[in-house]
Design a protein around this ligand. Sequence first.
Ligand SMILES: Cc1ncc(COP(=O)(O)O)c(C=O)c1O
Length: 389
Amino acid sequence: MSDKFVLSEYPYDRLNHLKRRIVEKFGEVVDLSIGTPIDPSPKGVRLAYSDLSNTEVGYPPSVGSGELLLSTSNWLEFVTGVKIGSDEIGSCVGTKEFIALLPGFLKLLYPDKDTVFGPSLSYPTYRMGAELANLKYETFDQDHVLEDLLALDHKILKKILCIYINSPANPTGNIYDLTAIKDFAQENNILLVSDECYMEYNWVSEPKTILGKDNRNVLAVHSLSKRSNAAGIRVGSYCGDKSVVGFLKEIRKHAGLMIPGPSQRAAVAAYSDYEHIKLQRNIYKKRLEILIKFFENLGLQADMPEGGFYLWIRLHDDPRLENITFSDTEPLDKNYETELYLDQSWTNWIGLNTGVLVSPGSFYGPTGVNFIRIAAVAKTDRLERLLEI
Ligand SMILES: Cc1ncc(COP(=O)(O)O)c(C=O)c1O
């Protein structure tokens, strides 16, 4: 008899109990757990979205309107200098659905392969995509990705459906040189999926993409959510290997995956606006600096990330944690039923003593158990008030 499918719990739901306790105590919660944008999207985006002169009588193109595809590739060329062809790009309904569905679609394309690889600390949807398609999920250390992959047996390499990499990385904020891993993927005929949704939040260099002249075995994924404070309009894109893009365009059309018309028009406005991102970058940078001070005041050493808008803080044991008990929270994981790990203890301590909700590092992989992640997603003046605690 085959095993019954058991869906993993949605990680952030495990914070609901703590969130309620924080609100009881402080009357509000400064929620820095999920990386959801909070600032207004650019005016042109809002206007385009609410333009009532356009009626949505027909189905929008699944791959994206010609205008949307053109504005996306123009934006990509403007930001990275890389020009891609019209047969190398498609649009998606935000990148989360793309990532969650990709392994299942790739399995149809490569029936003999059955394993998805992703970083040991990562955005949880890489693993979830494999889980939803009943595929194996294996991890590597993104700091040593090439060593980890080179150590794999040839037979295992042949089973890999795709490898995810993410730079700037969520949750660590690290930025990686992707040249060698791209060479590896092309030499071994393995699809490399580069999640570049934080590309323009690069604090140490210019934005970088894995795309170039030769995009065989490569897909890059970009999102408007973080760039343009437009998570609500649900627009992203995938670019790269012509044959994979062509296959995905067709299968996604059959599945009825299409961005609603108003969102497509709003996305054209967002991609054509190169100014708002400069302001948004300054806003996140300032917030990260304030948060670094706040955590230092709490006795936790935080460093500016290389990219993205998260702090990834290494934790240490502390006598203050002794007052934190199981009654403060629901178990975050079955491993916690016997022991409170540092990430959960600190998440509780910070929440119950400051009103700030952070994410336990283990949400992003078991090796995150000694870390917390903080998203710079509260208004700057609210964060400044945290420094008065
Ligand atoms: C690394 C990474 N990739 C993809 C996404 C999905 O973003 P969206 O679905 O809004 O495009 C997120 C969202 O937090 C993310 O952190």
